[in-house]
Design a protein around this ligand. Structure first.
Ligand code: SIN
Length: 328
C-alpha cells in the first residue's frame, strides 16, 4: 500500500526551538531547521511520506504578510496536487490561531491542513513537539480529515481554526476550543472524530487579498479615556476591534469615540477581553444605534483577522461584517 504523502511547511516556533540543555529555562524559538525535525520524525516509523518545504525560521510573534502569503500559495498549490494527501504547518503557538483562521477563511476545504506546534523546545525533557507532529501526520493522512477547514493539533486534541485559542502561557495542554471544544482526540495511532466533516468540498470563503488593511485591537480598561481611539484613527486604521470588558463593553467616552469612528466608515467590532463567552448584539451596548458589529464567539485576535479579510474583500458595512461574524 502506498503511504500518503504529506507536505510539511516549516515556519519555526518552539517546535523548532532549542534550549541547548534538557532542563534549561531559556531557549530560542525557530532555531532548528525543518530538516532536523523531519529527520527525527523519520525514526518514528510513521505511515506517511513527509515532504518538507521551509517557509521561515521565526518565532510566531513575527508572523506576518510575507509568511502568510508564502503559506497560502504553498497550501493552494498542494491542494491542487493529486500526489499530496494533506498539509502540515509547523508553527509557533503564540499566533497559531491567527494563521489558522486566516488560512481557514481563504483556502478550499478539501484536503486537511493542520497546524502543529510545541510548548517545550525540541531538546527539553518532556518535549511535546515530535508527538504533536506525529499526531498531525495522523490527522493529515486520515481520509476523514478533509472537509473540516484548517485545524490545530496540540496536546492530543484537534481543534477547528474558528474555535481554537491559546489559553495558557506554559502548559502542554495550553489550547482550548470555544464555543466548541476539540473536534477530535488523536494519538499517533488513533483518531476519534466527534462528528462528520462539515465543509466537504467547500470552496474558499474569501479571496486571498492583495494586502491586509491596518486593523488594531483596543483593549478596554477601567478609567481609560477616548484618546487611544483618536490615536488609532490618526495612524490610519481602517477598522478597530474592541477587546472590551465583559460582553464587549467600554467606558462611555470610549464608546462615543468608537461610534463617531463608525459614522466615519471605520469598521468597529466589539469582542471581549474575557477568555470565554459570546459577545452578542444590543445587550448592554446599543450596536444598532452606534453602528457596531458584535464579534459573537471570536476573541480579539481572530476577530481582527476576520475583519482584515472582510475589509480586503470590500465588505465594510456593519450589516455585511455582522453577517460574516454570524455565519462563521
Ligand atoms: C512562538 O510562538 O513562536 C513562540 C512560542 C511557541 O511556539 O510556543
Amino acid at each position: 500500500m502506498t503511504r500518503p504523502r504529506i507536505l510539511v511547511l516549516g515556519t519555526g516556533g518552539t517546535i523548532a526551538g532549542s534550549a541547548g540543555s534538557a532542563t534549561g529555562g531559556g531557549y530560542r524559538a525557530g532555531g532548528l531547521a525543518l530538516s532536523a525535525m523531519l529527520d527525527a520524525a523519520a525514526k518514528l516509523g510513521l505511515e506517511a511520506e513527509l515532504v518538507g518545504e521551509p517557509i521561515a525560521q521565526i518565532g510566531s510573534q513575527d508572523m506576518g504578510w510575507d509568511q502568510w502569503s508564502a503559506l497560502h500559495a504553498a497550501c493552494l498549490a498542494a491542494c491542487g496536487d493529486p500526489a499530496i494527501s494533506g498539509i502540515i504547518i509547523t508553527h509557533g503557538t503564540d499566533t497559531a490561531e491567527e494563521t489558522a483562521l486566516l488560512l481557514d477563511l481563504t483556502l478550499p476545504a478539501g484536503k486537511p491542513v493542520v497546524l502543529v506546534g510545541a510548548m517545550r523546545p525540541a531538546d527539553a525533557v518532556g518535549s511535546d513537539g515530535l508527538r504533536n507532529l506525529a499526531n498531525g501526520v495522523a490527522v493529515a493522512s486520515d481520509p476523514q480529515g478533509g472537509g473540516r477547514g484548517v485545524m490545530v493539533v496540540m496536546g492530543d486534541a484537534v481543534f477547528a481554526a474558528v474555535d481554537v485559542r491559546k489559553a495558557a502561557t506554559a502548559n502542554i495542554d495550553a489550547f482550548r476550543g470555544f464555543p466548541r471544544g476539540p473536534i477530535a482526540r488523536v494519538t499517533p495511532s488513533q483518531i476519534t472524530w466527534f462528528g462528520p466533516p462539515h465543509r466537504a468540498d467547500a470552496p474558499a470563503a474569501y479571496a486571498w487579498p492583495q494586502s491586509l488593511p491596518r486593523v488594531a485591537i483596543l483593549t478596554a480598561g477601567a478609567g481609560m479615556d477616548e484618546k487611544p481611539v483618536e490615536a488609532l484613527l490618526g495612524i490610519g486604521c481602517k477598522g478597530i476591534v474592541l477587546a472590551g470588558m465583559g460582553q464587549g463593553n467600554a467606558p462611555g467616552c470610549v464608546l462615543d469615540a468608537l461610534a463617531a469612528a463608525a459614522k466615519a466608515d471605520i469598521a468597529v467590532v466589539r469582542s471581549s477581553r474575557v477568555d470565554e463567552g459570546m459577545v452578542e448584539r444590543n445587550v448592554e451596548v446599543d450596536d444598532d444605534a452606534h453602528g457596531f458589529v458584535a464579534a459573537r464567539a471570536l476573541g480579539p485576535a481572530k476577530a481582527r483577522i476576520l475583519l482584515q479579510v472582510l475589509l480586503a474583500n470590500g465588505i465594510s458595512d456593519p450589516a455585511g461584517v455582522q453577517a460574516a461574524f454570524d455565519n462563521l
